[in-house]
Each structure stands twice: as structure tokens, then as C-alpha cells.
Design a protein around this ligand. Structure first.
Ligand code: PHB
Length: 382
């Protein structure tokens, strides 16, 4: 949807094919932390008014460990305002509202979407809607269809390389209409596993605990969840936890994944279709945004100047940022979670690293610049 808006601004016609309907997407709970790059794009697209009113700007983030907590001042370390708390669902609402106002072409409930002939200059896409088959001949196809989508499969195995780690645990998360225990996020490493206190607003909590992959939601009534959450955060923070009934509860597996290249012929991959990060650091949506900023610029040159320089460097330029975010999310996951194989050595190394982060300004600056989001990769002269 960000790409559809960017293309409209560039005067390029696009059709968005969406398997679900609007209500489904707006109800689907995702992370809620926007990097400056995303905040600026919302604003640039004229979609930032509600975010400016309702979003919460966080200049700091907290790490808790063995009952102690320390704060990293992201704003001071980076000169950026920090992060914006504004749920992905809210972002989607604003994108759809804006799309409606502009008359962007979005086909909801598109079934069996399939790109064809992406290796040649005249690709097409077919889909079915309400039992009727459709076909669109186009100049480029962009696969923004997520990890499970069909686009990535259009790149021949001989071309595509994938890199992957599935983590041996998941995140059990709840949403509840109660104030969060702290006005900023708390990431916590506890011997029973990771916990995260985050929020959607000053009155709506989002809380997560690391859990086994074989856990079932039914086994986690709210009381058990809050007990575990408080235990991990420690007595001082637990005293500030306000319990309330959850209105959403889900388990998400954690994965690091990258597919290279992100372009094959006239097919471009963006977002989760090409890469997955574990949620520690909330980079998923923000990485999709940086992909499409680079891609929209490249497609603008392609359509308006008939230059292929931008599309030829899209994959390398997007991947340069993707890999750094993969590294940070993987590192931050390793620092804050308990792994089945965490032995004495690994545990001592975690403690040493957390201590280093607590006491070193240089380490905090490195953390902060990654957390608030690295700049887009420069274009290299080709
Ligand atoms: C969230 O608010 O859902 C959230 C925040 C930070 C993360 C992951 C998720 O690292």
C-alpha cells in the first residue's frame, strides 16, 4: 500500500491485488513501532495527521535483567526523535483511507493471484474474483505478498538463494485495555525467558512472553499470562502492571530469513516476500517501507526516464539495509532470549554483553542507531 501511494505520487499506474478484505487487514494485530523513515513517509504521503495526534513518540527504551533496569536514550544518542508508537493496523487504516480518497485501484478478495512471464519484458498477472478469471498485462510485477506468497516462487531455483533460521521458541502476545507498566518499552531477559512490555496507547497494553513452539493458546488463560509476565519483569515493574482481560491473544514463531536477489527480470520482491526478521526490535514493517522507497525511486526512473540504473541496483541497495536489520534483530533476539542450548558459557556472555550495553556510551549509541533505523544505503555509481 505504501508503494501504491508512492507510485501514484510519481504518476505511475498500479493495481493492488489483495487476497483478503479491508476489515481483515485492519483487524490483524501486528507490531506497533515506527522508525523515522516510516513516520516521514506517512507524512510525505499526506497520511500523517492522525499519527501526529494519536501516536506516542518514544525517545528512550529500557532493558531489564535480573531485576535491574537501564534506559537507553535513543534521542540523545542519535539526534533522531526516536520511535513512534502507532499500530500497524492504524497505519493500514490510514493507507486505505488515503487510497480511497485518491481512487487507487485495489482489488480485495483476489484469489489465486499468479504472476506470469516475469523473466521477459511483458509479464502478466492472473487472479480470480467472485468466480471470474482476470488477467492484467503489465510492465512490472512487485511481489509484496509476504513470506507465504507466490511471488518468490517465480524466481528460478538456479537464481534464488535463501538464508534462514527458525528459532526454537515463539512469542505469546496479548492486547488489553489497561495502561502499560511503563511509559516506554521494557525488553526483559529473565531465566524463564524473554518478556516485553509495550503498548498501543497510554491506555492499551501489548505484552509478550517468550514461549515454547508447542504451547497452545488454550493453556494460557489471562491470569496465567499476567502471572508469568510479572514474574519475568521482576517485583519492581510487576508492582506497576495493571491486569485486565485480553481481547487478543496469539503465538507467533520467530524466524530470520532472506531471499536474494530481490529482483528477477520484471519481478521485484519487497517486504516479507523477501525477508523475515524476528520481532525483537520491530523491524518488519519498517524494512518493507525502506524497500519500497528504494523501489519507487527506481521505478520512477524506469518509467519516466527509461533508465534501468535504479531497477538494476534495487536488489543490492535494498539488501544492504535488509542485512543490517537482520543482523540487529538476530543479535537483539540472542541477547534477550533463553535458548534451549544456552549453557553456562552463553549465559555468561549474555550477562557480559548486557553489562557492556548498560555501561558503555559507545555500545548504547550503536544500539540506538540500529533501533531507530539505519539510513537507506547510498546508491553506488554503476
Ligand atoms: C509491539 O508493540 O507490538 C512491539 C514493540 C517492539 C517490538 C516488537 C513488538 O520489538
Amino acid at each position: 500500500m505504501f508503494l501504491a501511494h508512492l507510485l501514484r505520487q510519481a504518476g505511475i499506474d498500479a493495481v493492488v491485488l489483495e487476497r483478503r478484505d479491508r476489515a481483515y487487514i485492519e483487524d490483524r494485530v501486528r507490531a506497533g513501532l515506527l522508525e523515522q523513515i516510516t513516520v516521514e513517509l506517512m507524512t510525505r504521503l499526506g497520511l500523517g495527521a492522525r499519527m501526529a495526534r494519536e501516536g506516542l513518540v518514544h525517545g528512550g527504551v529500557n532493558l531489564a535483567h535480573e531485576g535491574q533496569m537501564f534506559r537507553i536514550d535513543m534521542a540523545a544518542a542519535t539526534g533522531s526523535p526516536g520511535m513512534m508508537i502507532y499500530g500497524q493496523q492504524e497505519v493500514m487504516k490510514d493507507l486505505f483511507d488515503g487510497a480511497e480518497a485518491l481512487g487507487l485501484n485495489i482489488v480485495f478478495d483476489a484469489e489465486a493471484v499468479q504472476p506470469h512471464d516475469v523473466g521477459a519484458d511483458q509479464p502478466s498477472v492472473t487472479w480470480r474474483k467472485d468466480g471470474v478469471e482476470h488477467r492484467l498485462d503489465c510492465e512490472v510485477v512487485v511481489g509484496c505478498d509476504g513470506y507465504h506468497g507466490v511471488s518468490r516462487g517465480c524466481i528460478p531455483d538456479t537464481v534464488l538463494q535463501t538464508f534462514e533460521r527458525a528459532y526454537p521458541f515463539g512469542w505469546l502476545g496479548i492486547l488489553a485495555e489497561v495502561p502499560p507498566p511503563n511509559h516506554e518499552l521494557i525488553y526483559c531477559n529473565h531465566e524463564r525467558g524473554f518478556a516485553l512490555a509495550t503498548m498501543r496507547s497510554a491506555t492499551r497494553s501489548r505484552a509478550y512472553v517468550q514461549c515454547g513452539l508447542d504451547e497452545r493458546i488454550e493453556d494460557w488463560p489471562d491470569e496465567r499470562f499476567w502471572d508469568e509476565f510479572e514474574l519475568r519483569l521482576g517485583p519492581e515493574i510487576a508492582a506497576k502492571v495493571v491486569r485486565g482481560p485480553s481481547f487478543e491473544k496469539s503465538i507467533a514463531p520467530l524466524r530470520s530469513f532472506v531471499a536474494e536477489p530481490m529482483r528477477h527480470g520484471r519481478l521485484f520482491l519487497a517486504g516479507d516476500a523477501a525477508h523475515i526478521v524476528p520481532p525483537t526490535g520491530a523491524k518488519g514493517l519498517n524494512l518493507a517501507v525502506s524497500d519500497v522507497i528504494v523501489l519507487a525511486e527506481a521505478l520512477g526512473e524506469f518509467f519516466h526516464e527509461r533508465s534501468t540504473a535504479g531497477i538494476d541496483s534495487y536488489s543490492a541497495r535494498a539488501l544492504a539495509r535488509v542485512w543490517k536489520a537482520e543482523r540487529f534483530s538476530w543479535w537483539f533476539t540472542g541477547l534477550t532470549h533463553r535458548f534451549p542450548e544456552t549453557g553456562g558459557l552463553e549465559r555468561r556472555l549474555q550477562v557480559a554483553e548486557l553489562e557492556y550495553l548498560r555501561t558503555s556510551q559507545a555500545a548504547q549509541t550503536a544500539f540506538a542507531e540500529n533501533y531507530v533505523g539505519l539510513p537507506l544505503a547510498q546508491r553506488r555509481a554503476v
